[in-house]
Design a protein around this ligand. Sequence first.
Ligand SMILES: [Fe+2]
Length: 126
Amino acid sequence: MKNLSDTIKHDDWKTEKHVPTTEILSQECENNMVSLRVSVGKEVPHPNTNDHHIPWIKLFFLPDDSSFPVEVGSYRFTSPEADSSAVESTPSVSIQLHLPGSGTLMALSYCNLHGLWQSQVRVDLS
Ligand SMILES: [Fe+2]
């Protein structure tokens, strides 16, 4: 029997279009503020159709002094044909965080055809 975690593909698939990218846009160490963008398909665009799309990204933060990740956000995207408004969403979100200190941001994305994908980025606020 497999664990769900065994199915998650990681950021060592560097050329894959599914791996979420977390970009630190700005960082203010004096007040632990970090602005970032999390997206899927930054280098190689991912399809965005009803049959093949990224319905969600989740973001977690693991403080250096903890073994338990904290859920930062959960972001849903609709596929182009999901409604009749002709509004398309792309899997990209910008977020500003006030963090308790240094740690690791972990992004988890889901493709309706290709499953779960994860990446992480270090945030050093010292
Ligand atoms: Fe996919």
